[in-house]
Ligand binder design. Structure first.
Ligand code: NAI
Length: 290
């Protein structure tokens, strides 16, 4: 039975996961590297709940109760009474490995660990923990409060009971689970990210500008959002990491990250969360940058 949930990372995803868990009545403990990230995470969460209130999806007292269920901290020791810890820190294997090494000694042996990684091998991440049987992938979609899917990924050692518990939790959170095998980037990002990367190549090669590429895919393929806008929304750092995992893991040149994507990340133009990516977010409306 999961009652208390720890979340590592108060960014777009960790904040969204904490938001959904708290609204569904779970006690949540949210940890990040400093107070500034935690404050920003809580502020975003409150704003997103206000939008849900505006749309009649939740009531103001549900928001207040949910925010009261979220405790923040800077130390993994705060997770010592959690039944599950969901890791949603940056998409970087080395950082995730270090997190799990520090986290495990703080947890009772029964606590489950899930990673929200977009692409990295669940089996490999599990191997640095003291509990590969109680570890699996729980891949939420962005924005978490609105998106229905959670991909569930078993590592080679994941025990059936762990899988069943996480699957039941996914349903309790109002989400729909889909099982994916532990291959690079699983299902959604195996298909989505090469499309985004191709859109960046189209921009790089001058097939179209930002606006024409996004308009073409919105109106021509009936996508709710153009691929470059979506890349900004995901975060170009995350997009690049996923392409690198695909490229290295599948050893196929079709997954080569576009040099323009690499350049944008090197420039710090990593999308909406940084104020600039393929669009500039400093004004009232996002403006194409190329
Ligand atoms: P983000 O950049 O918005 O947030 C990452 C957060 O992790 C930051 O607040 C950062 O300070 C924190 N962090 C970094 N190192 C930490 C540590 N050692 N301990 C605690 N916190 C730490 O990134 P985002 O988009 O939330 O992504 C997080 C994870 O979710 C990544 O693994 C990503 O691949 C995955 N993901 C991202 C999606 C997206 O659309 N952005 C969708 C689904 C999964």
């Amino acid at each position: 039975m999961i009652q208390r949930i720890g979340v590592i990372g108060a960014g777009q995803m960790g904040g969204g996961i904490a938001h959904v868990c708290a609204l569904k009545g779970f006690q949540v403990k949210l940890v990040d590297v400093d107070d500034a990230h935690l404050e920003k995470g809580l502020e975003t969460m409150a704003g997103n709940m206000d939008r849900q209130i505006g749309r009649g999806l939740i009531k103001p007292d549900e928001k207040d109760a949910a925010l009261r269920r979220i405790e923040t901290g800077l130390d993994y020791k705060t997770f010592e009474d959690c039944d599950l810890v969901i890791e949603a820190a940056v998409e970087n294997e080395q950082i995730k490995r270090e997190i799990f090494k520090k986290l495990c000694p703080m947890l009772p042996p029964t606590t489950l660990i899930a990673t929200n990684t977009s692409s990295i091998s669940v089996t490999r991440l599990a191997s640095v923990t003291d509990r590969p049987g109680r570890f699996m992938g729980m891949h939420f979609m962005n924005p978490v409060p609105m998106m229905q899917l959670v991909e569930l990924i078993r590592g080679i050692a994941t025990e059936e009971e762990t899988f069943r518990t996480i699957r039941d939790l996914t349903i309790k959170l109002g989400k729909t689970p889909a099982n994916a095998e532990d291959f690079p980037a699983f299902i959604v990002n195996r298909i989505l990210l090469p499309m985004i990367n191709e859109a960046v190549y189209a921009l790089y090669e001058g097939v179209g500008n930002v606006e024409s590429i996004d308009t073409a895919m919105r109106l021509g393929a009936n996508h709710p959002m153009g691929p470059l806008q979506l890349a900004d929304f995901i975060g170009l750092d995350t997009c690049l990491s996923v392409m690198q995992v695909l490229y290295e893991g599948l050893a196929d040149s079709k997954y080569r990250p576009c040099p323009l994507l690499v350049k944008y990340v090197e420039a710090g133009w990593i999308g909406r969360k940084a104020g600039r990516g393929f669009y500039d977010y400093s004004g009232e409306r996002p403006m194409p940058t190329r």
